[in-house]
Design a protein. Sequence first.
Lengths: 292, 397
Amino acid sequence: MHTAMQQIINGLSLGSIYALLALGYTMVYGIIKLINFAHGDVYMLGAFWGYFIINKYHVDFIVALLSAMIVTAFAGMLIEYLAYRPLRNSPRITALITAIGVSYFLENGMSYLFGANTRNFPQVVQQHNYTAFGISISNIQLLILVTAIILMVLLQLIIQKTKMGTAMRAVAVDQEAAALVGINPDHVISFTFGLGSALAGAAGVLIGLYYNSIDPLMGMTPGIKAFVAAVVGGIGSVPGAAIGGFLIGLLETGVQAIGLSAYKDAAVYVVLILILIVLPAGLLGKNVKEKV
Amino acid sequence: MKKSMMKRVAVLSAVAAAFAVLAGCGASAANKGNTASGSTIKLGVNIELSGVGGGYGEQVNNGINLAVSEINKDGGVKVGKKTYKFKTVTQDNKTATSTAASIAAQLTSKEKVSALIGPATTNAATAALSNATKASVAQVSPSATAAAYTLQKSGKVQPYAFRTAFTDDFQGTKAANFVDDTLKAKKVAILADNSNDYGKGLAAAFKKEYQGTVVATQYFQAGDKDFNAVLTSLKNKGFDALYIPGYYTEIGLIIKQARQMGINTPIVGGDGMMDPSLTKIAGAKNVTDVYYTTPFSTLSAKTDKTVANFLDAYKAKYGETASAFNALGFDSVYLIKQAIVDAKSTNSVDIAKALAKVKDLKGVTGTMTIDSKHNPEKTISVEKLVNGKAVSATTVK
């Protein structure tokens, strides 16, 4: 029982990272129907920014987190402006391939500039363990969970209560109609990329702090798993992505808990296949019929 | 999409290798093997200076260069009445199997080298071997550790494949002996890297040899960062020691996460975790009661003059403390030198024959005797780390 509870805590802290990443996938998909494969690499950029600013200016965790969110937000908007905006009216597959290209560019560009070695992330928050009823949770795990939940609530507020959020939802429904009522879709799309990338940047810093190890290819696997999480939750649905992220984290932990650690990645992809066959719209996705 | 890319690269490499083989054929037809002309013996160095294995290859290459300059300074190699100097022809194989194969062909047919050193990684060494064999030139890999490297598909030994490092089987077996005899652990949990032959090979050999009970065997992938779940489930099983064959990037994280969740048993690994980054990733205070098997321990310099001289010479030339890979590169050159002296010939076929018979050669990585499978039999050390620093080395026989 203790072990099971402990594993749930492990799963939730892993899942909160997937959830933060999945939100970026789902928001971008919701607006321009693009699966932004470079999203995992934006997360890597966030981790490297945190590494850089803490080592160079000895800032504390909050400053590192917020500045990483700002930097990755700009990085996300820049990627959108340079790589995806010129392709706005091209077929979807073109943008998808470009996204893969951007992903490779970021991974190899960072390897070229800073080396492919694994670096140790500066430990700005000392780790303590709190133990209750035989279950231990570290302050860093709590920090990750709390930060992730605060960011998700903020995101929900932005989408539901602000003018920009309303504009985002309008563009997601019908870009042309939104433009007719005076919304500039380019601004909205840019804002969406910024928002999603900021969440990825935050996840990058949290992961750096948690595992103390970052490298230019660190975004690859979590990126793909977060994409699965977004699909499981229903791609395009914001609460769905959050739930999907936690589910994938728990699933991965559960598979290892029963002794099948060699198959933990395979289990995630099996879920992707099953969801696509049984419930293509995901848990919370809307089942929209496409008109021919 | 990554997978399909890899597949395409593999197909292209196979095609490139096939061409390289054809190119190799034509050149070696006239006289069997290569013989030194003038008063220099050419050594072909086919090494990883960039790509994934670049870090290891660079270290091996420094060791090779140190050995060559030392031998030349001491007067060179005496073959009968004539004295030769070594000359290295070094080419970067970029850790790519196709490049490694074509470099082997080029070095043997165009440069007419008498012996080949490298590649450092098992995959590249295996890919390069067929061209070395076609040209009848021995290839000594300093650090290829997979057992299959020196063997043909039928199980017979490859006549031109040699190595300076010990095999994965040997290392895993000795780790098991150490856990049995020195740590006296009755129950062991294994957590192995299953994304390469190294981790799987060590784990399999360990399991075969270990006398106590293996309570659980779990696997991870290169690039994994979260081990909390798997460690929690292992912790629940109860064990006296944890065996984790893999590389320092993941092992560092495993040590950190294990110690943080209160796993205080000894942790044992292989030479893949030998890197200063290990302590940086894991945090110095977590790296206590941690052990690894290694061909080379700087601590043995206190009792071993060969090692002490090597460490001094390396520091003088490169300004840093020598690593195991430096030592393996260094010993590879001396292994070839011994074979040339024994063969009394600079012909590559004679050198290969003599290599197979090298006995009790004192090197910096131990005293080597080449066995029937072309693997070096030598002693193995286990270094103990306390607060991230190696404090003692035990020799396992």
